[in-house]
Design a protein around this ligand. Structure first.
Ligand code: CA
Length: 526
């Protein structure tokens, strides 16, 4: 056998490998050359707890619902188990997903600011490189979408029924159930974009963003009875007393026990119902509400029992809203199959942040605790990713923009704080980036905002989480300086019930994390 020269393995592989769909082109295609870049279909819901996706479920293995269509993305793709947001609130997280930047740079640290759409975003940059782009559904950034060939978005939060929407041509009011309407718009756009790709070869990046299951969790009548005969499992911390931590968690106003209002509990119908919708609404909720009022007035329901009853009402409405989202995802996946473009379309399902399904006694988000800090993130890309893959990469919403730009063969601008995990996707999860963050930074800005969650920032590593509340005094009173710390061992205490911040045995770990936190603040201009 003749002696063969030994070549470095990487060169041999390079010689043998033929281009696969999704390999970045040397440059943006032009002049009639076929564009082999993948289509991108980004589906984001609002406030969808990962615990309310059966592909995830609660950490103890409990499933509170079934989401067969979202699960399909996971069973045919990759589920990220440690995907975090940089600021657990709607508009800031949406801006981070779009720009790849922390709240410190994208200009929307709270829900109050107007997003500057002229800054670089992944949809606008993909469009400049030849992609056809569209966004349908919730936008929630106060300024109109920039960088899209086609768009139709809700105004602000948008209602669950008969939503007014803004289009490039002006305002329209569309009768129907908002989640279903957004699905319809997504399916229509998918058909148009796929047909256009057949004609001109341009791949597409389509964004479908649901209002659901955001407060106030108004279900579609077809789902009113979905959980009638079910007791949804309670989280172990539903009746949390907040002992063992700093006073921070006692300062919020987001408890199921005391802060759900009559609209939240469906004692009052949504104001936007038309006559037919109102009939269906009253036909269901009148009886339910009469029984609830009678039980409260007679004293039959009180104390912890009342909290448990409110939890059932709240969580069932929430899960019914999730059911419409899941059905919509199923319709979109079926459409991809019917169009024959599923194999080379990257499908992402995520939420703008996580959410409390009764954990710590709460609804809402905002905290750096795992339920709201983590968000679901599931990717399907049949040409590259084997079904049923999971990833433990410490990823964050700021990574989406650099990742999608990388997949499209575009250099990410310097200003983007996030990192590309495109190779992780291209390798079907088999390759983990050689240099990747070992810690995630988080910051929440709004002590005076809704639900009065005190502002905080912190660092999370593989095992530890350190949080600082600069405006919370250690004794819950008096001047805040130097604020409060909380330290959690996530392996030993996944529910984050026992802070180790004042434990002398963990002083060294705390000091190390404090130093890391200071580094991250500098890295992210915080
Ligand atoms: Ca949200």
């Amino acid at each position: 056998m003749p002696h063969l020269p030994r070549l470095p393995l990487v060169i041999v592989l390079g010689m043998l490998a033929s281009p696969l769909p999704g390999d970045p082109p040397a440059s943006a295609p032009a002049g009639g050359e076929p564009d082999s870049r993948p289509n991108i279909l980004f589906i984001m819901s609002d406030d969808h707890a990962w615990q309310a996706i059966s592909a995830y479920g609660r950490p103890d293995g409990t499933r509170v619902n079934q989401t067969p269509s979202i699960d399909r993305i996971a069973s045919e793709g990759m589920r990220f188990d440690r995907f975090f947001v940089e600021n657990s609130i709607c508009a800031p997280s949406r801006a981070a997903f779009l720009t790849g930047c922390f709240s410190t740079r994208h200009g929307v640290p709270t829900n109050a600011e107007v997003f500057d759409g002229t800054q670089p975003t992944w949809p606008a940059m993909l469009r400049d490189s030849g992609y056809r782009t569209g966004v349908f559904g919730k936008w929630h950034l106060k300024s109109n979408p920039v960088g899209f060939d086609d768009w139709k978005v809700l105004i602000g939060q948008g209602p669950y029924y008969n939503p007014p929407m803004i289009t490039p041509e002006g305002r329209v009011r569309i009768p129907g159930y908002t989640t279903d309407l957004i699905t319809d718009q997504g399916v229509d756009a998918l058909r148009r974009f796929a047909a256009s790709r057949d004609e001109d070869g341009r791949p597409f990046a389509l964004i479908v963003q649901h209002k659901a299951p955001h407060r106030r969790w108004d279900p579609n009548p077809r789902h009113f009875r979905l959980y009638d005969d079910v007791m949804v499992p309670e989280p172990e911390t539903l009746l949390d007393d907040y002992a063992g931590r700093s006073p921070a968690s006692t300062l919020q106003t987001m408890t199921i026990a005391r802060h759900l209002d009559p609209r939240d509990l469906k004692l009052i119908p949504p104001p936007e119902l038309d006559e037919t919708q109102a009939l269906a609404w009253n036909a269901y909720y009148d009886d339910v509400n009469a029984a609830y009022r009678a039980a409260v007035e007679s004293g039959e329901l009180s104390g912890d029992d009342l909290t448990r009853a409110k939890y059932q009402r709240y969580v069932k409405d929430y899960l019914e809203c999730v059911a419409a989202v899941d059905e919509g995802v199923g319709r979109i996946l079926d459409e991809l199959d019917d169009l024959g473009i599923a194999d080379d379309t990257l499908v992402i399902y995520t939420s703008d942040q996580g959410w409390y399904l009764g954990e710590h006694g709460w609804y809402d988000k905002r905290w750096m605790y795992e339920e709201s800090f983590r968000t679901p993130f599931i990717v399907r890309w049949p040409n590259r990713i084997d079904g049923g893959t999971t990833s433990d990469l410490l990823a964050q919403n700021i990574d989406l923009a650099p990742t999608l730009l990388d997949l499209a063969g575009i250099d990410a601008p310097e200003r983007m704080h996030g990192e590309s995990f495109a190779d992780h996707l291209r390798s079907g999860g088999r390759e983990t980036p050689a240099e990747w963050r070992d810690a995630v930074y988080y910051r929440y800005y709004e002590s005076e905002g809704p639900h009065t969650v005190p502002k905080h920032d912190g660092v999370r590593t593989d095992r530890w989480k350190l949080i600082r509340f600069p405006e919370v005094a250690p004794d819950g009173d008096g001047p805040a300086d130097p604020g409060c710390w909380e330290l959690y061992d996530l392996d030993a205490d996944p529910d984050e019930l026992k802070s180790l911040a004042d434990d002398p045995g963990h002083a060294e770990i705390k000091a190390g994390l404090e130093a890391r936190l200071e580094e991250l603040r500098r890295q992210y201009d915080a």
